[in-house]
Design a protein around this ligand. Structure first.
Ligand SMILES: Cc1cc2nc3c(=O)[nH]c(=O)nc-3n(C[C@H](O)[C@H](O)[C@H](O)COP(=O)(O)OP(=O)(O)OC[C@H]3O[C@@H](n4cnc5c(N)ncnc54)[C@H](O)[C@@H]3O)c2cc1C
Ligand SMILES: *[C@@H]1O[C@H](CO)[C@@H](O)[C@H](O)[C@H]1NC(C)=O
Ligand SMILES: *[C@@H]1O[C@H](CO)[C@@H](O)[C@H](O)[C@H]1NC(C)=O
Ligand SMILES: *[C@@H]1O[C@H](CO)[C@@H](O)[C@H](O)[C@H]1NC(C)=O
Ligand SMILES: *[C@@H]1O[C@H](CO)[C@@H](O)[C@H](O)[C@H]1NC(C)=O
Ligand SMILES: *[C@@H]1O[C@H](CO)[C@@H](O)[C@H](O)[C@H]1NC(C)=O
Ligand SMILES: *[C@@H]1O[C@H](CO)[C@@H](O)[C@H](O)[C@H]1NC(C)=O
Ligand SMILES: *[C@@H]1O[C@H](CO)[C@@H](O)[C@H](O)[C@H]1NC(C)=O
Ligand SMILES: *[C@@H]1O[C@H](CO)[C@@H](O)[C@H](O)[C@H]1NC(C)=O
Ligand SMILES: *[C@@H]1O[C@H](CO)[C@@H](O)[C@H](O)[C@H]1NC(C)=O
Length: 598
C-alpha cells in the first residue's frame, strides 16, 4: 500500500515535470537527522524528506548485537575516513570511523549514554548562545529518553541511578543488559577507586560526572539489542505518508540567486544510487544533519565558508563565513590491556571520571595559574595550525571559558572506562577537554565525503600532561587493591614500553605513537556569535542565510566530559521545537504558499 502510494506520487510528480518538492529537506538520516524528521513529520500536513547514502540496516546482526558495540566495525556501515598526516604524532594517519546507515553513527557507536557536566553546557550560554545551558537542555534530555529501571539483580550487580535525572516517556531506550557482571568486579573496582579518592557517583547523568559509577547504555534491554537512532526515532514511524527517506548523497545546497540580502536555499543536489545528479526542492528549509565531519564540507561545496578554502577548491564564494570547519574538537584516546586473572562473563558498564584536582592534587593552584598564563601562546599555536582562520584572539576567548570549566567549575578532565573481552581486561582513558583543536575542510571540489580531517591531537603541552595524568591513574587503578587481583600480565603497551616508573618522556612517546580518537568530534559548524567563529546562531540557522540550518554534533561549541550522542539527541529535540515554532509563528523564511501536499 505504502509502496503503491509512493510509486504513484513520485510518478505523478515526475511526469508533470515538477521537481520533487518537500517542505523540509534533511541531509543525513543519522542521529540528529532522524530526530528532526520524526518530530517535523508528526504534523501530517508537513512533508519531510531525508536524504541518506546508507542503507536501512535494522536487521543487521552487526548493528543489533550488544556485544559488538564499539568493538568491531563492519565496513559496509562505516565511512572509514582517515585523518590528515599528523606531524605531532610521528606523522601518523588516524582512522576516523563514522556511521553510514539510516541511524548514522548510532549504528556503530559504543552505546555509552553519559551527558557530561552541567558546566560543559552552561559554557554554551557563556559564549553567547542565549537560551542554551544545562537547565534549558535538561527537559530535552528527559524528553528524548526512555530509561529502563534496573532489575533487582542488576541493582545487586552495581547498577545505580537517581530517578529525577531520567526520562521514561521518550523514544530512546537506555538501560543495561541483563548480563551485567555480578561477581566481585564491581565492588572491587568501586573500592579501588574510593581508595584513590574517586568516590561513588550514583548517577553519572546528573550533570556531575566526577566519581566512579555505572552508566546506562543506548540499549533495549528486553530485546537485548542496540538502540540506535533508527530504532528509536525512525522504525516506529517509517510508514508516515508525509515522510520519505531517499537514498542519495547530498553534494550541495542550491540557492535562488535572484533574491536579496540573505541567501535563500531552494533545495539540494544529490547523487542517487545510480550516480545521477538529482535536484530536490525545499519549500521551506534545508537542514544539514550530516555530522561533524561532513556538514562543514557541504557548506563549503555550496559556496559558504572561508573564501581562501573555497578558492583552493575552485569554488566561488556565495557567503564568506570563516568559522566553517574550524575549531574541530575531539578527544584523543588510549587503551591499556591486561591479562585477566579471572574471566569476566558479563558486561561491565562502569567508568570513572576525574577532575584536574584529582590529577594534579596539591599542585592544582600553580597549574591553574601557569595554564592561564599559557592560554595566549596556545591560542597562537593553534591559530597557526589553522592557517589563521580562527584568530589567536578568538581562540583565547574560547580557551578562557574552557580554562574556567577545568579549574573553577571542577568538570572532569578525564574519563576512564573499564571493559573486558574474553581473558583480556582493560581500561580506556581519554582527556575530555583538550586545547589542541583542529579543522575539517573540503579536500576536493567533487568529494564531500572525503573530508580533510585534522584533529591536531596533543599539540598543546597541557593535553599531554592531562593524558599522562590520566594514564598514570589508569595504571594505578589496576595495581591498587582489591582490583589488582583481577589482572596478571600488563599486555599493551606492556611493561617494556611503559614500566611502572615510566618518566613523562617515556609516557609521551607511548602516547604519541598510540594515540587514537574517541570519535567524539564537535564544533565544525559551531553555534556561537559570528565574532567567535560561529557558523550558526542560537536558532541553528547559518549566518547570512534565510533557511539553512545545521542540526547535528557539529554545532556543539564545547566538548562535554561525557559522550556526545546524549547531547545530540537533546539538541535535535530542542531544534525541532524551534523549527516548529518558527513555522507556527509565521516567521517562515521562504514562501508564503501553503504547505505543499502530495
Ligand atoms: C566508533 C564510535 C564510537 C562512539 N561511541 C559513542 C558512545 O559510546 N556514546 C556516545 O554518546 N557517542 C559515541 N560516539 C559518537 C556519537 O555516536 C556521535 O557523536 C553522534 O552519533 C553524531 O550524531 P550526528 O547526528 O552528528 O551524526 P551521524 O549520526 O554520524 O549522522 C550523519 C549522517 O549523515 C550521513 N551522511 C554523510 N554524508 C552525507 C551526504 N553527503 N549526504 C547525505 N547524508 C550524508 C551519514 O551516512 C550519517 O547517517 C561514537 C562514535 C564513533 C564513530
Ligand atoms: C583509510 O585508510 C585505510 C587504510 O589505509 C583504507 O583502507 C581506506 O580506504 C581509507 N579510507 C578512505 C575513505 O580513503
Ligand atoms: C519505554 O520502554 C518500555 C520498556 O521497553 C516500554 O514498555 C514502553 O512502552 C516505553 N515507553 C514509551 C513511551 O515508548
Ligand atoms: C549472574 O550472572 C550470570 C551470568 O549472566 C547469571 O547466569 C546468574 O544468574 C547471575 N546471578 C545472579 C545472582 O543474578
Ligand atoms: C526566486 O525568487 C524569486 C523572487 O522572490 C521568485 O520569483 C522565484 O520564483 C524564485 N525561484 C525559485 C526557483 O524558487
Ligand atoms: C606552559 O607552556 C610552556 C611552553 O609550551 C610549557 O613548557 C609549560 O609546561 C606550560 N605550563 C603548563 C602548566 O602547562
Ligand atoms: C571546586 O573544587 C575546589 C577544590 O576542591 C573547591 O574549593 C570549589 O568549591 C569547587 N568549586 C565548585 C564550583 O564546585
Ligand atoms: C578465560 O577464557 C578464555 C577463552 O576466552 C580461556 O581460554 C581461558 O582459559 C579462561 N581463563 C580462565 C582463568 O578461566
Ligand atoms: C579479589 O579480591 C576480592 C576481595 O578482596 C575477592 O572478593 C575476589 O574474589 C578477588 N578476585 C580474584 C579474581 O581473585
Ligand atoms: C625504572 O626501574 C627500572 C627497574 O626497576 C630501572 O632499571 C630504571 O632505571 C628505572 N627508570 C627510571 C627512569 O627510574
Amino acid at each position: 500500500m505504502k509502496t503503491l502510494y509512493w510509486l504513484l506520487t513520485t510518478c505523478v510528480l515526475r511526469t508533470v515535470c515538477q521537481p520533487l518538492a518537500f517542505d523540509y529537506l534533511v541531509a543525513g538520516g543519522g542521529t540528529a537527522g532522524l530526530v528532526i524528521a520524526n518530530r517535523l513529520s508528526e504534523d501530517p500536513g508537513i512533508t519531510v524528506a531525508v536524504i541518506e547514502p546508507g542503507d536501512d540496516v535494522r536487521d543487521d546482526p552487526m548493528v543489533l548485537d550488544v556485544d559488538l558495540a564499539g568493538v568491531t566495525f563492519s565496513p559496509s556501515l562505516d565511512w572509514n575516513y582517515n585523518s590528515t598526516v599528523q606531524p605531532q604524532l610521528d606523522d601518523r594517519i588516524l582512522p576516523y570511523h563514522s556511521g553510514k546507515a539510516i541511524g548514522g553513527t548510532t549504528v556503530i557507536n559504543g552505546m555509552y549514554y553519559i551527558r557530561g557536566d552541567r558546566a560543559n553546557f552552561d559554557a554554551w550560554e557563556k559564549l553567547g548562545d542565549s537560551g542554551w545551558n544545562w537547565d534549558t537542555l535538561f527537559p530535552y534530555f528527559i524528553r528524548s529518553e526512555n530509561f529502563t529501571i534496573p532489575s533487582s539483580a542488576q541493582l545487586d550487580a552495581g547498577m545505580t541511578y537517581i530517578p529525577h535525572y531520567h526520562g521514561r516517556d521518550g523514544h530512546l531506550k537506555t538501560g543495561n543488559p541483563y548480563q551485567v557482571e555480578n561477581g566481585s568486579f564491581h565492588s572491587s573496582a568501586r573500592e579501588t577507586c574510593e581508595n584513590l579518592g574517586i568516590t561513588l557517583n550514583r548517577d553519572l547523568n546528573s550533570g556531575e560526572t566526577r566519581g566512579y559509577g555505572a552508566y546506562p547504555q543506548t540499549l533495549d534491554r528486553d530485546a537485548n539489542v542496540r538502540e540506535s537512532a533508527a530504532r528509536a526515532y525512525y522504525e516506529p514511524i517509517d510508514s508516515r505518508p508525509n515522510l520519505r527517506v531517499i537514498k542519495g548523497t547530498v553534494k550541495r545546497i542550491t540557492f535562488n540567486d535572484s533574491v536579496g540580502s540573505e541567501l535563500v536555499a531552494t533545495g539540494f543536489e544529490y547523487t542517487d544510487d545510480r550516480g545521477n545528479l538529482v535536484s530536490v526542492t525545499a519549500e521551506r528549509e534545508v537542514i544539514l544533519s550530516t555530522g561533524t565531519l561532513v556538514s562543514p564540507v557541504i557548506l563549503e561545496s555550496s559556496g559558504i565558508g572561508n573564501p581562501r578554502v573555497l578558492a583552493r577548491n575552485g569554488i566561488q564564494t556565495k557567503l564568506a563565513l570563516s568559522g566553517v570547519g574550524e575549531g574541530f574538537q575531539d578527544q584523543p584516546l588510549w587503551t591499556l590491556l591486561f591479562q585477566a586473572s579471572t574471566n569476566i562473563s558479563g558486561h561491565i558498564p562502569f567508568a570513572a571520571f576525574a577532575t584536574a584536582q584529582d590529577l594534579f592534587g596539591t599542585k592544582i593552584g600553580s597549574i591553574a595559574a601557569a595554564t592561564s598564563r599559557n592560554l595566549t601562546s596556545w591560542s597562537q599555536a593553534v591559530s597557526q595550525r589553522l592557517n589563521g582562520d580562527l584568530s589567536p584572539r578568538v581562540l583565547e576567548a574560547r580557551f578562557r571559558v574552557q580554562h574556567d570549566m577545568i579549574f573553577n567549575k571542577n568538570v572532569s578532565v578525564t574519563e576512564l572506562e573499564f571493559f573486558s573481552v574474553g581473558s583480556i581486561i582493560g581500561i580506556v582513558f581519554s582527556p575530555t577537554l583538550p586545547f589542541s583543536w583542529g579543522s575539517i575542510h573540503l579536500d576536493s571540489p567533487v568529494a564531500v565525503n572525503n573530508p580533510a580531517i585534522d584533529p591536531n591531537f596533543l599539540s598543546i603541552d597541557f593535553d599531554i600532561q592531562t593524558a599522562i595524568g590520566a594514564g598514570r591513574l589508569a595504571r594505578k587503578i589496576w595495581s591498587t587493591k582489591p582490583l589488582s587481583n583481577f589482572t596478571s600480565a600488563f599486555l599493551v603497551p606492556g611493561d617494556a614500553a611503559l614500566p611502572k616508573n615510566a618518566t613523562d618522556a617515556e609516557w609521551t612517546d607511548v602516547l604519541k605513537s598510540s594515540c587514537g580518537s574517541a570519535y567524539h568530534g564537535i564544533g565544525t559548524c559551531a553555534m556561537l556569535p559570528k565574532e567567535l567563529g560561529g557558523v550558526v546562531d542560537p536558532t541553528l540557522k547559518v549566518y547570512g542565510t534565510a533557511n539553512v540550518r545545521v542540526v547535528d554534533a557539529s554545532v556543539i561549541p564545547v566538548l562535554m566530559s561525557g559522550h556526545p550522542s546524549a547531547a545530540v539527541y537533546a539538541l535535535a529535540e530542542k531544534a525541532a521545537k524551534l523549527i516548529k515554532k518558527s513555522l507556527a509563528t509565521g516567521i517562515c523564511p521562504v514562501s508564503s504558499t501553503p504547505l505543499s501536499r502530495f
